[in-house]
Design a protein around this ligand. Structure first.
Ligand code: ARG
Ligand code: ZN
Length: 471
């Protein structure tokens, strides 16, 4: 949805003087990309192909300063466009010229370039800014987690607005160069490959590169004192893991889990096809939160994930997202099952291969956990609503849906689909319906009813055992 609004000032001006046709037809971009779950997320009118972030962070004060350079292309002539951002901006230049800007809403930056952007023409946008990310709040809440020795940006569906200006929606993916200067003795961890690291004047700069399309919420930054381990996968990709020096009793279990990253990724390649990115790893900062997140190439793990000992299953989950979620991304946030149903199912496949229970057994067990009148069964994994986007039903009922599919079409077709989809859709976006059509095409079976039942119908569905289904 791209709302087209003609600027009143342009209409007024056209009565008085002759203006170029391009200006007369240029429009203002909308402050949202058209996602019904999050109307303010993203913006309309342009695409970003690359973000270059040159940042400096002082852990003592939580001050983040920097310059973001966005390489963009307008999709239409644009007299004004929006960026999503929460910190204080001091200057914006568009194609080298100072632009006017204003803030509106919670975290919208309205940029009026000196010259309108021209349709299909590259434009650079340079934003200079500074601020304390922990002090920027939306509904009283900050996604930036400060730690005793630094800070972390990792959240879904939003975290970018706390640290860089962007078109903050998975529909607009881009490559990233993230350069961060931190006091000597402190590290900056981010996505992709560490291109270089150098110290001067008491500060160390880390230059990270993520060279495949990356959604803004999958960009991550962690500053702190870390122990870093490195390795290489069988296919030669660099593995970089980072563990806060301050993980206490969870330190051993965290390492015993995240150090399995290369092994898990190689196993997943057998199920999903070639790993889609230029690096791997994981990081565990000393944050108080309890979730994990599939930040691209280098997932984020809260220490609490390892409170009961090693948890390789969460590593499987976040690495599965590299194919299902990061390479093939949601088209809109209602399509979250495209991510979470498959990441959960991958954990069941890992259990199956480890001899700790087959996916069928785990699906049966999960199915039996909740009675038919449990509100759990009221959440529709195919359209859970923004308040239930990460509800257990999206994960667990969503994974049972995949077991139901497997039972309906048989292992051969099922695993053909699991591998074919990330290949066919690599680096793109997809709706739940796109997957349903793909599964129908590959299996040559009508599947609309199966997915209607499991993803879109409130209530506890009947779960037929595999023996009773056709293969
Ligand atoms: N995609 C993440 C995962 O399943 C979920 C993150 C949800 N956010 C949160 N704050 N709990 O690994
Ligand atoms: Zn997940």
């Amino acid at each position: 949805m791209h709302r087209k609004v003609i600027a009143p000032s342009v209409l007024a001006a056209s009565l008085l003087l002759v203006i170029p046709a391009s200006a007369a037809s240029s429009v203002q971009g909308a402050p949202g990309i058209g996602d019904p779950y999050y109307p303010a997320s993203g913006n309309s009118g342009y695409d970003v192909s690359h973000y270059d972030l040159r940042l400096q962070y002082q852990p003592k004060t939580d001050l983040l300063e920097g310059t973001a350079t966005l390489l963009t292309t307008a999709r239409q002539d644009l007299s004004r466009f929006n960026l999503d951002f929460g910190l204080k901006v001091s200057e914006i230049r568009v194609n080298g010229a100072k632009a006017k800007f204003a803030t509106s809403g919670d975290h919208e930056l309205e940029v009026t370039p000196a010259q309108p952007l021209k349709k299909d023409t590259p434009a650079s946008v340079v934003v200079k800014y500074a601020g304390k990310p922990s002090e920027f709040k939306i509904d009283g809440w900050s996604a930036w987690q400060r730690t005793p020795d630094g800070g972390v940006a990792a959240q879904e569906p939003d975290s970018a607005v706390w640290w860089f200006p962007s078109n903050d929606h998975p529909l607009d993916k881009a490559t990233f160069d993230i350069s961060v200067n931190v006091p000597d003795g402190t590290q900056a961890i981010s996505n992709g490959v560490l291109q270089s690291q150098s110290s001067r004047l008491g500060w160390t700069r880390y230059n990270w590169r993520s060279n495949k399309p990356q959604a803004t919420y999958l960009a991550t930054l962690a500053i702190g004192k870390f122990d870093v381990t490195t390795g290489t996968t069988a296919s030669g990709l660099p593995i970089v893991n980072a563990y806060s020096k301050d993980l206490g009793d969870n330190a051993g279990a965290a390492r015993a889990s995240v150090e399995r990253t290369g092994e898990v990724a190689e196993w997943l390649e057998g199920v999903f096809g070639p790993y889609p990115f230029n690096a791997l790893g994981g990081y565990v900062p000393n944050v108080p939160s309890s979730f994990a997140l599939e930040t691209q190439t280098r997932p984020f793990y809260s220490p609490k994930q390892f409170a009961n000992g090693a948890n390789v299953s969460v590593v499987v989950h976040e690495l599965a997202h590299q194919w299902y979620g990061d390479s093939v991304s949601v088209d809109g946030w209602k399509d979250i099952w495209i991510n979470e149903g498959f990441a959960r199912y991958s954990q069941w496949l890992w259990s199956e291969k480890e001899g700790e229970g087959t996916a069928q057994e785990l699906a049966d067990w999960t199915y039996g956990l909740r009675a038919a009148d449990d509100p759990f069964w009221q959440v529709k994994p195919g359209d859970p609503g923004p308040d239930n986007q990460f509800h257990g039903a999206v994960y667990d009922r969503g994974a049972i849906a995949l077991q139901a599919l497997r039972n309906e079409i048989g292992d051969e077709k099922f695993f053909k689909i699991l591998k074919g989809w990330p290949t066919e859709r690599a680096y793109g976006n997809a709706k739940v319906g796109d997957f349903v059509r793909y599964a129908e095409k590959v299996s040559n079976k009508p599947l609309a009813q199966l997915f209607e039942t499991w993803l879109y119908t409130p209530g506890k569905p009947a779960f037929a055992p595999p023996a009773a289904t056709s293969k």
